[in-house]
Design a binder for this molecule. Structure first.
Ligand code: IYR
Length: 253
């Protein structure tokens, strides 16, 4: 709905008729001309505290691994709500918040997700991906069979909204929707890890439209990530990967 600007409210200029007649005097709440700008600060840490905290957070994040073997043990929905809330703190182009996190806990819906993904992945592995790609994945021991999609208590499907819809049906530009949602995805991974859970960053090729339809998401939403979330199974293993050392990922110029 349209409403008057703060300035008009404060100054009391214009009556209802003016607002309807003169479009320059009305603003859409989703496109405010101005916002209050409010003071902002953070607690100032000493260099020692900052070094300690940054090291501790690195050490926590360094224990994150992509896990493909899940326990069926339940995870409270409140945890999922909190990690999605955290993902929603991500920065986004023009603060458009162009993301939807579709959360699936229903075993029947998880089963349908699994069927859709496995059907496409079998084609991916056998035909679409090509020999080099399949070869590059060999050491990770992935395959088109995705048991974790039905075992994990939750699936979070991260959709980017390529545009927004205004209440009157007009489209709203979602600037940088891909990078914004990818950043939210990174924050989501961190939040899941911090909650003592594991996930797997999966990007099911060619499954977007079928999953979007299954979950009744609108056409402006495109699937970016599919994350199973839960505890690792007792038998869970991960490939013994090493991370690049700092010297290989950072240059000081
Ligand atoms: N999406 C497929 C294949 C796959 C691709 C990459 I690149 C990986 O790092 C892992 C898997 C699958 O999920 O099996």
């Amino acid at each position: 709905r349209l409403q008057t600007t703060h300035a008009e409210e404060a100054g009391g200029v214009g009556d209802v008729e003016d607002e309807v007649e003169d479009k320059s005097k009305v603003v859409d709440p989703l496109f405010p001309d101005d916002l209050d700008h409010i003071p902002y600060s953070r607690p100032r840490l000493s260099p020692e505290e900052s070094i300690k905290k940054s090291k501790e957070f690195y050490e926590l994040m360094d224990t994150r691994r992509s896990v493909r073997f899940f326990s069926a043990d339940p995870v409270p929905r409140e945890v999922i709500e909190n990690v999605v809330r955290t993902a929603g703190t991500s920065p986004s182009g023009a603060h458009t918040e162009p993301w939807t996190f579709a959360v699936v806990g229903d075993p029947e819906v998880k089963q349908r997700v699994r069927e859709i993904v496995e059907e496409e992945e079998e084609i991916n592995y056998k035909k679409r991906m090509g020999n080099q790609w399949v070869q590059d994945l060999k050491a990770l021991r992935t395959s088109w069979v995705k048991e974790y999609l039905t075992t994990a208590p939750w699936l979070i499907l991260v959709f980017k909204q390529t545009y927004g819809m205004l209440p009157d049906g007009r489209k709203r530009n979602h600037y940088y929707h891909e990078i914004s949602t990818a950043l939210a995805g990174g924050i989501l991974l961190s939040a899941i890890h911090n909650a003592g859970l594991v996930t797997l960053t999966s990007t099911p090729l060619n499954c977007g439209p079928a999953l979007r339809t299954l979950l009744n998401r609108p056409p402006n939403e495109k699937l970016l990530l599919l994350l199973p979330v839960g505890f690792p199974s007792d038998e869970a293993t991960v490939p013994d990967l090493k991370r690049k050392p700092l010297e290989d990922i950072m240059v000081v110029v």
